[in-house]
Design a protein around this ligand. Structure first.
Ligand code: AFP
Length: 341
C-alpha cells in the first residue's frame, strides 16, 4: 500500500523529552515569557547533576556524615550538602528564580540580582538515612510565583500549597524519574543516562481509587492517638470481603513511599504523635508538593484535620501531619482518626 501523507504514529506525547514537553505547554499559554519554563529546566538540570553524584556515591567518598546537624537537628550527610549546593548554584544561574527556601538551610536564600518571577522551595535530598544503604532517595520541590512589586523576604515563601504554580519530585531509584504537576495532570519522565535526557514515560499518572498497601512507621505505634491506633489495627484485620489485611510497606524516604502509593494506590501516613505533636514532615518542601501531586492525580492529601493545601505556613520549617493516597483509603483513615491525627 502506498502511503500518501505522513502522520504521527500516536497522538500521545510519549517519548518527548521533559524540555520539549514543558516548552509545548508554554506555547499554549498566551503571553508566556519562558521564565517558568526556564526555572523548570534548571530544576531538571539539578536533578541530572544530583543523579550523577548519587549513582557514584560509593566510589567518590561522598557517603557518610559531615559531623554537623541541620536546622531540623538532624545529622547532615555529605550528599545532603552536595545536593543543596547543586540546587542553589543551578537555580541562581539564569536569574529567573528570585530565591530558594531549602530544608537544609536555616533561612531562605534571596537572589537580589534575579529578574524572574518565581521562588523555589526544595528538599534537595530527602530520605538521607537511606543514602548509605543504597535505598531510594529523592529531591522534592515546589515552584511559587513571586510578587515582583514587593521585595522578596522569607515571608514571600509562606503561602499555602494551593498557591504553588508547580510541584514535583525526583526519585533516585532503580531508575531516576522526575514527576511533575502544574496542577492539571501529573507526568513522569525517566532519565536515560545514555542520551542524557529525561523522556516522558508516565503520561497522565492517576492514583487508583483504592489500593491494598498501607505505609506508616509502625515503630511509632505507642506514640499514636487512639484513632490512629484503631486505623492501623483495621488495616491489619482479616476481612476478605473488604480486601483486608492490607500489605505493609515502609521505606522511610517520603519520595519512595509516595511514588509507590501514586502508582499502586493505597495510603502513606505520617500522623502527629507524642514525639512530633505537629507532625514530622515539613509543610513547604515535603507535604505541599506531594499534596499537589496527589490531588492532581485524583488522590487526596490531608493533615487529618483538613486539606494539606489549605494550611497557611507560620514559618519556613513548619511541620504537618501528612496522609496521602487513594481517595477511598484516605477516607478510611479520616473515619478512624480524622480530627485527632
Ligand atoms: P531524612 O531525610 O532525615 O531521612 O528524613 C526522611 C523523612 O523526612 C521522610 O522522607 C520520611 O518519610 C520520614 O522522614 C521518615 O521518618 P521516620 O524515620 O521517623 O519514619
Amino acid at each position: 500500500m502506498t502511503q500518501t501523507s505522513w502522520s504521527p504514529p500516536d497522538a500521545s506525547k510519549a517519548g518527548a523529552t521533559l524540555e520539549t514537553f514543558v516548552l509545548e505547554g508554554m506555547f499554549q499559554v498566551p503571553g508566556a515569557t519562558g521564565t517558568f519554563t526556564s526555572v523548570l529546566n534548571q530544576i531538571s538540570l539539578a536533578a541530572k547533576l544530583i543523579t550523577c553524584r548519587v549513582r557514584s556515591a560509593g566510589l567518590a567518598d561522598v557517603l557518610g556524615y559531615t559531623g554537623e546537624t541541620n536546622v531540623q537537628n538532624e545529622s547532615v550527610q555529605k550528599l545532603d550538602v552536595i545536593a543543596n549546593g547543586i540546587v542553589l548554584n543551578v537555580l541562581r544561574r539564569r536569574g529567573h528564580c528570585m530565591g530558594v527556601a531549602s530544608e537544609e538551610l536555616d533561612h531562605a536564600v534571596i537572589f537580589p540580582e534575579a529578574r524572574g518571577g518565581y521562588l523555589v522551595v526544595v528538599d534537595p535530598l530527602d530520605g538521607s538515612s537511606n543514602i548509605d544503604v543504597d535505598v531510594s532517595i529523592g529531591t522534592i520541590f515546589g515552584i511559587l510565583r513571586a510578587d515582583r512589586d514587593k521585595p522578596i523576604t522569607e515571608g514571600s515563601f509562606l503561602v499555602s500549597g494551593k498557591d504553588y504554580a508547580a510541584a514535583g519530585y525526583v526519585i533516585y531509584g532503580t531508575s531516576t524519574v522526575l514527576v511533575l504537576t502544574t496542577g492539571k495532570g501529573v507526568h513522569g519522565f525517566t532519565w536515560d543516562p545514555a542520551a542524557g535526557e529525561f523522556f516522558l514515560s508516565h503520561e497522565n499518572m492517576r492514583c487508583p481509587e483504592r489500593g491494598n498497601i498501607y505505609s506508616v512507621n509502625e515503630g511509632n505505634h505507642a506514640r499514636w492517638t487512639d484513632g490512629v491506633k484503631r486505623w492501623a489495627s483495621h488495616m491489619k484485620e482479616e476481612d476478605k470481603a473488604d480486601g483486608r489485611p492490607y500489605t505493609h510497606r515502609y521505606v522511610g524516604s517520603l519520595v519512595a513511599d509516595a511514588h509507590r502509593t501514586l502508582i499502586k494506590g493505597g495510603i502513606f501516613a505520617y500522623p502527629a504523635d507524642t514525639k512530633s505533636p505537629k507532625g514530622k514532615l515539613r509543610l513547604l518542601y515535603e507535604a505541599n508538593p506531594m499534596a499537589m501531586i496527589f490531588e492532581a492525580a485524583g488522590g487526596r492529601a490531608i493533615t487529618g484535620r483538613g486539606r494539606v493545601l489549605d494550611v497557611v505556613p507560620s514559618e519556613l520549617h513548619a511541620r504537618v501531619p501528612l496522609i496521602i493516597g487513594s481517595k477511598t483509603d484516605v477516607e478510611t483513615f479520616e473515619r478512624f482518626a480524622g480530627n485527632e491525627a
